[in-house]
Design a protein around this ligand. Structure first.
Ligand SMILES: Nc1ncnc2c1ncn2[C@@H]1O[C@H](COP(=O)(O)OP(=O)(O)OP(=O)(O)O)[C@@H](O)[C@H]1O
Ligand SMILES: [Mg+2]
Length: 492
């Protein structure tokens, strides 16, 4: 049988055991709560709530070391009247600051006494006007009438993260059990706080990274746009160069061909003349012999002679046509004239028509409505390129049979040439694009899309202009206008 004393001590032991196991249960629960989240506020709430509700610590604070490493800042608190969050504690100041600096836990009591002692010293010194030597007392967070305090550094891998503190205004001095409890809570929460801090840093970093990426993307997009514009300009310049080159080599080609054809054509022409003269002479000789009574019965020879003579007539006609073409080529390229000249517009139109005769023939009828035009000061070979491009386009726009009308007229200070075709017409959305270099609807092998851009450039050079009107299914009209400039004074 146990003595009543033994029973009492057994009961006490049992009670303590029950209390301890309850504490372990609460701590376990808090631990799983703080480890289940990466949200700092939720962690503070779980820690402070547990301290208050379950362990009866009515004033507690969580402070974190800021980036400077010199100041602690309150991030969570429970039990204070004014707002404690945000308050600062310099390292080394007060119990909390000292704990942070020494990285050692402190449990202090009877602070009221210490405070009144310090106040007494202060007022003594103030009386002897030495208060300045003590310096100002920094305003620290916490209870104004604090009696007891436990402060524990939060340390992760030798690095100070912050301080966890509990305070009491009651005369009750914190016990060893309190100290153990607070240090267990501090240890449990330190790593959760540390993890959440790392997570927040990483979040901030990824956010700033995302911002930087989007900024950079925008910069790149702008760069891209600039590059595209430069590319466009380069393309345009390249086109202009190609056009110039094309025109120069076309001119050379035309002049070469005209020259090459001209010489043998001359030979052919004069030989043909000689031949027809010779034939005439032979015919005459035969007639003479007949007249002199010589019998000449072979009519076959006469027939042959007659055939030959009609052949020479055809030869002469063909040669004449060739001469006309060569002449047109020369007029077209204006090989025989200075670059700028006073020019008869109709002459240029006519020679161009001769050159594209083959394309038109009896498929396209050309109607001419020529007005009275003054001579126009211009580069004739270049203007002929204009007519050529417009007439070829007109002819290509006509599927099967159709018509082209050429109308010219003069206004007060300009002349105009209208080339109207009965072709397929141009859709409204293309009307502005037809002058762009490279724009073509004819397929790569047929058109290069440069014709109208050449036209526009030549007219720009002449201070002239080109306009277009068109209706799909009815046809198109291109109007060329050129200013009539006074010819420069003839050189002496
Ligand atoms: N008279 C017209 N009728 C209908 N469409 C036309 C006419 N003139 C020009 N176009 C349209 O404008 C486009 C551009 O004409 P442009 O003369 O610049 O180039 P292209 O004729 O296609 O090729 P290139 O002249 O270099 O051989 C043509 O492909 C065509 O679609
Ligand atoms: Mg063309």
């Amino acid at each position: 049988m146990a003595t009543p004393q033994q029973t009492a001590s057994l009961e006490r032991l049992q009670e303590e055991l029950a209390q301890k196991s309850e504490e372990v249960r609460v701590l376990r629960q808090m631990s799983s709560e703080v480890n289940a989240t990466l949200n700092l506020d939720e962690i503070y709430e779980a820690v402070l709530g547990t301290m208050y509700d379950l362990f009866g610590f009515h004033h507690s604070l969580i402070l974190l070391l800021d980036d400077s490493g010199e100041t602690l800042r309150v991030v969570g608190s429970r039990g204070y009247e004014g707002p404690a969050v945000g308050a600062k504690v310099p390292l080394g100041v007060g119990v909390i600051g000292t704990v942070a600096r020494r990285r050692k836990m402190m449990r202090v009591g009877n602070l009221g006494q210490t405070r009144s002692y310090a106040a007494a010293v202060r007022s003594e010194m103030a009386l002897s006007e030495q208060a300045d030597e003590l310096g100002a007392i920094p305003k620290l967070p916490g209870l104004p009438n604090v009696e007891g305090q436990i402060a524990i550094p939060l340390i992760i891998k030798d690095t100070l993260v912050g301080v966890f503190a509990v305070e009491s205004a009651a005369r009750r001095v914190f016990t060893e059990r309190d100290e153990t409890l607070v240090s267990v809570v501090a240890n449990l929460s330190a790593s959760a706080i540390h993890n959440a801090l790392l997570y927040r840093k990483q979040e901030e970093y990824s956010q700033s990274l995302a911002e930087r990426v989007s900024e950079r993307t925008q910069e790149l997009a702008q760069r891209n746009q600039e590059l595209e514009q430069t590319l466009e300009e380069l393309k345009e310049t390249q086109n202009q160069l190609i056009i110039k080159e094309k025109m120069a080599s076309l001119g050379n080609l035309v002049s070469g061909v005209a020259h090459e054809i001209n010489t043998p054509l001359g030979v052919l022409n004069s030989n043909n003349d000689t031949l027809s003269l010779a034939l005439k002479k032979i015919g005459q000789l035969l007639e003479d012999r007949l007249a002199q009574g010589e019998s000449w019965r072979d009519d076959k020879v006469r027939d042959v002679l007659q055939n030959m003579s009609s052949l020479t007539k055809f030869n002469a006609m063909a040669a004449e046509r060739m001469i006309k073409i060569v002449m047109s080529l020369r007029t077209f390229a204006r090989l025989d004239r200075a670059d700028e000249d006073d020019v008869d517009i109709h002459e240029g139109l006519e020679s161009t028509l001769t050159l594209i005769h083959n394309q038109l023939k009896d498929r396209v009828t050309v109607h001419k409505d020529y007005g009275d035009l003054p001579l126009v000061r211009c580069h004739p070979s270049q203007l002929n390129q204009v007519y050529m491009n417009l007439l070829v386009n007109a002819s290509q726009a006509i599927e099967g049979k159709g018509e082209i009308r050429l109308k010219t007229y003069a206004t007060e200070d300009a002349v105009a040439v209208e080339i109207t075709d009965s072709g397929v017409g141009i859709p409204a959305e293309n009307l502005n694009r037809v002058f762009d270099p490279g724009f073509t609807t004819k397929g790569v092998k047929v058109g290069s899309g440069l014709g109208l851009s050449i036209v526009r450039r030549i007219l720009d050079d002449h201070n002239g202009k080109i306009e277009v009107e068109s209706k799909v299914g009815e046809g198109s009209m291109f109007r060329v206008s050129l200013p009539i400039r006074p010819s420069p004074e003839p050189k002496a």
